[in-house]
Write a protein that binds this ligand. Structure first.
Ligand code: G4P
Length: 528
């Protein structure tokens, strides 16, 4: 098969949702359709279980599962579909943000009763900013929930999206009858006991056809006719380009648990979801069909066996074909590397492969060469953009609790930061190290992993920071910048890439600093 054909087969996406909306259940049903798994229950949820004995034990469990579910691939209707796992728990939000740099589209799952929730808002915002095409799936239609039109309004308002339904529910909860597929003009009747089966649909070319009354009863049929009329008047017609540009989001309804409405979603997905897209670098835009391979690291996973410190670096292939044992150029380190055992991911296993194409994810064994955001090429020197760090929410000093193990501690911190577990800031004034995290949970994880994987002991000390602000100045030699550095010296630090960061203790401080030093720009994201 030609390179272009291989690449055009691929659809790589992520499912984003607030925890409990049904991401795991939907993933599983998609895999069932693809024949990638045989029964429900095969996909393990990697969410943090409520009431777990200890948070870090739970994270360890989660870490084990998340290797397995990092990438789930299956074939459906001649397409190769790669689902990238995106943790919904807020303490892993940064992981999810980074994974979203590797997807070409996203499916947003919303619980019909809870509507738009907090994590959904944050994750959708990231997709919206990056213009990632999104499909919306309203889940749990078998339960009582909000009115479909009200939900559409809520999605538009709270997520700032422009929506149009491609399927529409008939009834809800106890009276849920089925789904009218606007995209294909057919009806799928809900029987409530077809959990594992792929349900039959009835073609309805014309809603005026009395057959519809026989199928769902006159009241429901009348209601559906009215609602579809209303939809035609209120919502824009689906437009491929608008969807691709991230300006229009089609909405589907269903019940993942009952495997209902999922086929409609998947069929539309394979029809409309984008194939691998081009990506910006600091040099030029890279097209997927370029003959030469390029890709970037969006995730690093430590080996679960603490005795072997090798890691798995997840590479999104942006262009061309990746081949086993071929020399590739590690741009940041300026050296060539080859990979004798690259992994490809399937629904239930990972396997060593000989080649892989743009759109795919390969897992490379790594002994400490990779860092999140690193670029691999066939020799050309460019770095992919759009893998920024966000300001952490929590900050603490990290101290060495065992003077004999200073080296181990340093190495441990270094590697955990490369993995993206947290961010390290080094104060300019005294070189003290500060760990910034998205969730408080990560501090436990770091302490635990330092001890178990690196035999190092760390303690923390509070450090009151509100936000990390990356500093941008046009000219470092102005009096204003010198004054800024003098006044703020106690709060200036360097991140891992040696970028200057101002650790501001309050929103008020940020405001005051901006007013006083207008030529010093402060950013909450490391890439600007
Ligand atoms: P998540 O990955 O987004 O966190 O959600 P997950 O799929 O784990 O689903 C959360 C809960 O919602 C699960 O129940 C799941 O069975 C249920 N669920 C998912 N889809 C539907 C649906 O269409 N209808 C109904 N009624 N429930 C749905 P749980 O009791 O929390 O977990 P479990 O013990 O059943 O696994």
């Amino acid at each position: 098969m030609s390179l272009e054909k291989e690449i055009n087969k691929r659809k790589t996406f992520g499912i984003i949702a607030h925890p409990d909306a049904g991401k795991t259940t939907l993933t599983e049903k998609l895999l069932l359709f693809g024949g990638a798994i045989q029964e429900a229950g095969a996909v393990k949820s990697n969410k943090i279980k409520k009431g777990a004995t200890s948070d870090f034990m739970e994270i360890e469990r989660q870490r084990g599962i998340s290797v397995a579910t990092s990438v789930l691939a299956f074939e459906y209707k001649g397409k190769k579909i790669n689902i990238l796992d995106t943790p919904g728990h807020k303490d892993f939000a940064e992981d999810t943000f980074r994974t979203l740099t590797a997807v070409d589209s996203a499916i947003v799952v919303i619980d019909v009763a809870k509507g738009v929730e907090e994590q959904t808002i944050k994750l959708v915002e990231v997709c919206r900013m990056r213009k990632i095409p999104m499909l919306v799936f309203i889940n749990k239609m078998d339960r009582e929930g909000k009115d479909a039109f009200d939900l559409m309004d809520e999605v538009e308002q709270k997520l700032d999206l422009k929506v149009t339904p491609l399927s529409w529910p008939i009834g809800i909860g106890a009276t849920f009858k089925g789904i009218y597929n606007i995209w294909e003009k057919n009806i799928n009747i809900f029987s409530g006991d077809n959990k594992q089966k792929i349900s039959e649909t009835t073609k309805i070319e014309d809603l005026a056809n009395p057959e519809l009354d026989d199928l769902i009863g006159t009241n429901y049929a009348e209601n559906l006719r009215n609602e579809i009329d209303l939809i035609d008047g209120v919502y824009p017609e689906f437009d491929m380009q608008e969807y691709m540009d991230g300006n229009l989001q089609p909405v589907f309804f269903g019940s993942a648990l009952n495997n209902f409405g999922v086929r409609e979603l998947l069929d539309a997905f394979v029809d409309i979801a984008p194939t691998p897209q081009s990506k910006e670098t600091d040099l030029r835009e890279i097209e997927p069909y370029e003959n030469k391979f390029s890709g970037f690291v969006f995730k690093i996973h430590a080996n679960m066996d603490p005795k072997h410190r090798d890691r798995l670096a997840f590479i999104k292939i942006v262009s061309g074909k990746f081949e086993r044992n071929k020399n590739y150029f590690h741009v940041r380190q300026g050296k060539n590397m080859k990979f004798p055992a690259p992994n490809a991911f399937f629904a239930d296993k990972k396997e060593v492969i000989d080649e892989s194409y743009a759109g795919d994810i390969v897992g490379l064994h790594d002994t400490g060469n990779f860092r999140i955001g690193d670029t691999l090429t066939e020799g050309e020197k460019f770095t992919f953009k759009g893998i920024p760090a966000f300001s952490p929410e929590h900050f603490r000093y990290i101290n060495n609790a065992d003077p004999m193990k200073a080296k181990q501690l340093e190495k441990g911190i270094d590697q955990l930061m490369d993995e993206g577990v947290a961010q390290l800031f080094t104060l300019e004034m005294n070189n003290r190290k500060i760990i910034g995290t998205v969730g408080a949970l990560q501090y436990e994880v770091i302490q635990y992993r330092l001890e178990h994987e690196y035999s190092a002991k760390a303690t923390y000390e509070p450090f009151a920071v509100h936000k990390a602000c990356w500093v941008e100045v046009e000219d470092e030699n102005t009096e204003e910048f010198k004054e800024f550095k003098r006044v703020k010296q106690r709060y200036l630090a360097r991140d891992k890439f040696n970028q200057l960061v101002f650790l501001a203790d309050s929103a008020f401080t940020i405001q005051m600093t901006q007013d006083k030093f207008p030529s010093v720009k402060l950013h909450f994201v490391s890439e600007f």
